[in-house]
Write a new protein. Sequence first.
Length: 164
Amino acid sequence: MANLEIKRYPHPILRKKARPLTRIDEQIITLIDDMAHSMYAFRGLGLAAPQVGILSQIIITDIGTGLLNLVNPVLLESEGEDRMEEGCLSFPGIMVEISRPFRVLVKGIDKKEKEVQIEAEGLLARVIQHEIDHLHGKLIIDRVSPLHRELIKNELKKMKRKKQ
Ligand code: ZN
């Protein structure tokens, strides 16, 4: 398995929309395995394909309860509210407090092209929502309060200067 390069803010691909997949072939399975390998290597809780430069609707998560792969994920329901600090492998060193629904129901397909539904709450619900955001070009800095955004302004400027 290969370690993929994680694209960091402000890489333009992070702002693009990912396309749904119509079939899952060997190449996609390899990509999902490599994404998992990279997520563990960088100690992330989740990863979305655009973060490794691929505009396909694939997300993976593992909050310590097992690896979850989801292709073409769609948020069906969400409820409640929860505030928590969140990080992102595309924003190394930055943690921001973000408010998100506490519980979600999502559907998608797994590696075997089987349709699955996942009900999640708390941290897992948060990570799934974070990764689905990536598929729509949405980042943590879009979800923070204006005050918090002001607090991380300098760090973001630094990231923009050292663009890779
Ligand atoms: Zn992220």
